[in-house]
Design a protein around this ligand. Sequence first.
Ligand SMILES: Nc1ncnc2c1ncn2[C@@H]1O[C@H](COP(=O)(O)OP(=O)(O)OP(=O)(O)O)[C@@H](O)[C@H]1O
Ligand SMILES: [Mg+2]
Length: 261
Amino acid sequence: MDGRTLFRAFRDGGGGNGMSELVRLTGVTKVYQGGITGALNGMSVTVERGEFTAIMGPSGSGKSTMLNLVAGLDRPTSGTIAVGGTDLAKFSEAGLARFRRDHIGFVFQFFHLLPNLTALENVLIPAQLKGNPAPERARSLIDQLGITEIADRYPARLSGGQQQRVAIARALINSPTLLLADEPTGALDTHSGEQVMELLGQLHRDGQTILLVTHDAKLATRHAARVISVMDGKIVDDARLESPERAPSEVIRVRGEETSR
Ligand SMILES: Nc1ncnc2c1ncn2[C@@H]1O[C@H](COP(=O)(O)OP(=O)(O)OP(=O)(O)O)[C@@H](O)[C@H]1O
Ligand SMILES: [Mg+2]
């Protein structure tokens, strides 16, 4: 299946797996070469379109492995991973690369910006790979993420929080079906981390499906609507938060806005 067929499957609601299902892992295991125990040991879970899900668990529990498999950056040892109703095993390596380019946005802990490109040029990379340079969209994403003034700066001259916002804009430039973030606040100070999580929350409210790995329980419960706990490569808890926890100051601010309307 090529990227275009897959895109049709996405638009049609995921190939008969239910209208709103976006990701399905079924009995997924991953044993790395030389690994004694599996990094994933039979993981089954579904993620609905529009969900903001946090994945939590101790170091080495398999969180990054899970995210990398969903992104099509690596393949499982057994089990299946379907995104938009398509089994990723059907893709060749080139097909997986197209799938990532067209459907996945990935944000990393250490940003991974190219140092010899400006912020704006970094944001444009995925669009250029797609043969669809989109300078206006890049500018508007940069504005939306509140980093207009640093668009023409090189990464070395940006703070961690600014670099992460550039990386988020880059992850969003091709309007990915799924945004994956592996500890995006892990290298940031508390304030910048909170800002990045606020941005992810806003993207979620605008309809973006997000799978986030974090060590920060407070940030996870405050911003995500679902928390999956992973241990030893297995899901040990899966909680949908009916009303996400809010910091008191935030609740009061929201109430104030409501009453003033
Ligand atoms: N490329 C690799 N080759 C071999 N083993 C790996 C590789 N990547 C991860 N592992 C092992 O797989 C297990 C799960 O690793 P993973 O990176 O998924 O954990 P994690 O939950 O993301 O941990 P952390 O919170 O420290 O980032 C660990 O035991 C790790 O050592
Ligand atoms: Mg990890």
